[in-house]
Design a protein around this ligand. Structure first.
Ligand code: NAD
Ligand code: TDX
Length: 334
């Protein structure tokens, strides 16, 4: 099987490629990645001699057409992925998430290639803290940020191309991922790298916002399950029952670093900050038989801390530029 992986030099895509190369020697992987600020060629070093790497833009239709024509399936991870950046400048989010997805869809349509679309639970908006309901495949779309609006747009394009043109597509909407190779701008790596540097973690607003954490390897095992067993045209929600509020995440990290539980700063809140995400992954579990393997969030965090301690050369430069960006808008409020 010849598999085209877009965004394979990013966090989830790189972990997906590592796992695929390790577990599926019959799959020939080609990565297409534009190596934006979020892409890192070094994330693919462990598999560099076992994959083909193409440096390019998913919105480049000539390039994409050639690569898709030579593939049996496409898994589309590439995106502008950070909410905070989308609030400063939405332009690249429209280009990559909307036009890039459109370009891929036209290519898989032209060459009748199987397509799996990676998306997020943020397309559903947010939930109240005490809402007993969680997101399901039939929750109405209600995105809050430019990032989530462009991901929602891309999902709708995929659904339309599946229905109108018979594109053999599946979609998945996953909750917040954590694990190795995640950019230092994101919540968990930002706090871990602050703690390694002897700085205080930084919580937006009240710290009460809830995210539904899943280990990146569990996300990727679900993607393979859907690729192999998913029904064409279907959407699957991916989640591992991992709801934790941000303050508790920070307190766990402080404990892992031997620091006091209140050794943290509250900083300017994110405009439009979604309160809570929560995934009901019953369809994926009952129809396709998927189960997550990483049950213990604390142990997963501990392993992630070890990875960042052991891989400082991987994150140091991105940490410096991410913190410069944050410094432009962020101040300590408590
Ligand atoms: P990331 O920002 O770490 O990686 C994105 C990758 O896409 C980078 O390697 C970047 O260079 C590449 N890219 C960006 N624009 C491109 C373009 N125009 N052409 C080619 N490559 C381009 O993102 P991530 O966290 O790994 O997220 C991957 C996917 O998973 C995204 O679609 C995201 O919406 C989705 N997702 C992420 C999470 C999460 O918690 N991180 C949760 C659910 C869904
Ligand atoms: O320094 C911080 N302090 C803080 O309190 C940062 C960077 C974030 N936060 C909060 C904001 C969120 O409530 O932590 C939570 C997680 O923030 P992010 O890591 O930016 O993730 P989020 O906005 O929830 O989006 C993530 O999950 C869904 C990914 O970045 C998206 O790509 C994915 O679609």
């Amino acid at each position: 099987m010849r598999l085209l992986v877009t965004g394979g030099a990013g966090f989830i895509g790189a972990n997906f490629v590592h796992r695929t190369v390790a577990e599926r020697p019959d799959v020939a992987v080609t990565v297409l990645d534009a190596l934006t600020y979020a892409g890192n060629r070094r994330s693919l070093d462990p598999v560099a001699d076992r994959i083909e790497f193409v440096h390019g833009d998913i919105a480049d239709s000539a390039l994409v057409n050639g690569l898709v024509a030579a593939s049996d399936a496409v898994v589309h991870f590439a995106a502008e992925s950070h909410n905070d950046n989308s609030l400063t400048d939405p332009t690249p989010f429209l280009h990559t998430n909307v036009m890039g997805t459109f370009t891929l869809l036209e290519a898989v349509r032209a060459h009748d290639v199987r397509y799996h679309h990676i998306s997020t639970d943020e397309v559903y908006g947010d939930l109240e803290l005490d809402d007993p309901q969680r997101f399901t495949e039939s929750t109405p779309y209600n995105p809050s940020s430019p990032y989530s609006a462009t991901k929602a747009s891309s999902d709708l394009l995929v659904r339309a191309w599946a229905r109108s043109f018979g594109v053999r597509a599946t979609l998945s909407n996953c909750s917040n991922n954590y694990g190795p190779y995640q950019h230092a701008e994101k919540f968990i790596p930002r706090q871990i790298t602050n703690l390694i540097d002897g700085l205080r973690p930084r919580l937006y607003g009240s710290g009460k916002n809830v995210r539904d954490w899943i280990h990146v390897d569990d996300h990727n095992s679900a993607v393979w399950t859907i690729l192999e067993k998913g029904s064409i045209g279907q959407t699957y929600l991916i989640g591992a029952d991992g709801e934790v509020d941000n303050r508790t995440v920070v307190e766990t990290l402080l404990e892992l670093f031997g620091r006091n539980a209140d050794d943290l700063d509250f900083v300017t809140d994110r405009p439009g900050h979604d309160l809570r995400y929560a995934i009901d992954s019953t369809r994926l579990r009952t129809e396709l038989g998927w189960t997550p393997q990483y049950g213990d969030f604390r142990r997963g965090l501990e392993a992630t801390v070890r990875w960042y301690r052991d891989n400082e050369p991987w994150w140091r430069a991105q940490k410096e530029s991410a913190e410069k960006t944050y410094a432009a808008t962020e101040s300590v409020i408590g």
